[in-house]
Design a protein around this ligand. Structure first.
Ligand code: ZN
Length: 291
């Protein structure tokens, strides 16, 4: 009897927690100019990039399913030009869910590992769209209107199939989730994350594009200085967790002893992207068995 009461109480806590999550104020859909012809669309899910040209719109990522209709409306009121291209930075649902509707009739492109993961994880309903996505390996050049665009894959980072979009004419980078600005990142250990290479990617981009504006996967648009700060946080996280592992500690013990409070500008967001989870994911990555 006592167990049943406890169980009911546990259920109530979960229901209240989920209710609180669902009613939490959602970030409004809002378009902000980044530079040249490139804009950022904030709102539920990852940040979308929009390239506006006379001949059409190129979009980066597509947010979550429940915001699809509102996203389309927002884009239509921003420009009546047709959506001609959709670039998916990686497979995560908060960047790709709306794509099958938003990118209807457009050319969709993602990295080949991203497509492989999408196919493996997709529900049957998405298969038709996913089958039409074009892929690239290391680099692909595009021109849309007057804008010269480079798609780059610099090896695994946040996932095994991350794409970085460089708008060469406007001087803007969309990093996808290779940048969480102002918050701890998600590290996708199960789908091939590599934080050491992730740091290298940021250093490479900072040397090649020091003055470019950056649309991060999450958080406000910014520049290279804050991207390098984020790389330093990743280095610090690796160092702290490695030291714990060397001292024979498990993830729980490292979390208990280390609050990772060395980087004041990186603040926990919600219950998921937190320093605590960063320690756990880093621990899992550093102790992951090689396939
Ligand atoms: Zn992601």
């Amino acid at each position: 009897m006592k167990n049943k009461k406890l169980f009911n109480l546990y259920l109530l806590v979960i229901v209240l927690f989920l209710f609180a999550q669902s009613t939490a104020a959602e970030e409004p859909l809002q378009i902000e100019k980044v530079a040249g012809n490139v804009y950022c669309l904030y709102g539920p899910g990852g940040n979308m990039g929009i390239l506006k040209t006379g001949s059409g719109l190129l979009l980066i990522d597509s947010k979550v399913n429940h915001s699809t209709e509102a996203v389309l409306k927002k884009i239509k009121s921003f420009s009546p030009a047709p959506i001609t291209h959709m670039i998916l930075t990686h497979y995560h649902w908060d960047h790709t869910d709306g794509a099958k509707t938003i990118a209807k009739g457009a050319v969709s492109i993602c990295h080949e590992n991203c497509k492989e993961t999408l196919i493996r994880r997709a529900k049957k309903t998405n298969q038709d769209y996913i089958a039409t996505i074009k892929t690239f390996d290391k680099i692909q050049k595009l021109q849309v209107g007057k804008e010269k665009i480079t798609l780059l894959h610099l090896g695994p980072g946040h996932t095994s199939g991350d794409t970085i979009v460089i708008f060469e004419t406007s001087g803007v980078i969309h990093s996808g989730d290779l940048f969480f600005h102002g918050m701890p990142p998600y590290i996708d250990v199960k789908e091939g994350s590599d934080t050491l290479n992730w740091i290298r990617i940021i250093e490479t981009l900072s040397k090649k594009y020091p003055d470019y504006k950056i649309i991060p996967g999450h958080g406000k648009i910014t520049g290279m200085k804050n991207y390098l700060y984020f790389a330093d946080y990743l280095k610090y996280l690796r160092k702290e967790v490695s030291a714990g592992i060397k001292a024979g500690k498990d993830a729980g013990a490292i979390m208990k002893e280390n609050k990772l409070d060395g980087f004041k500008k990186i603040k926990d967001k919600g219950f998921f992207t937190t320093r605590k989870n960063n320690i756990l994911w880093m621990y899992q990555e550093l102790t992951r068995k090689k396939k």
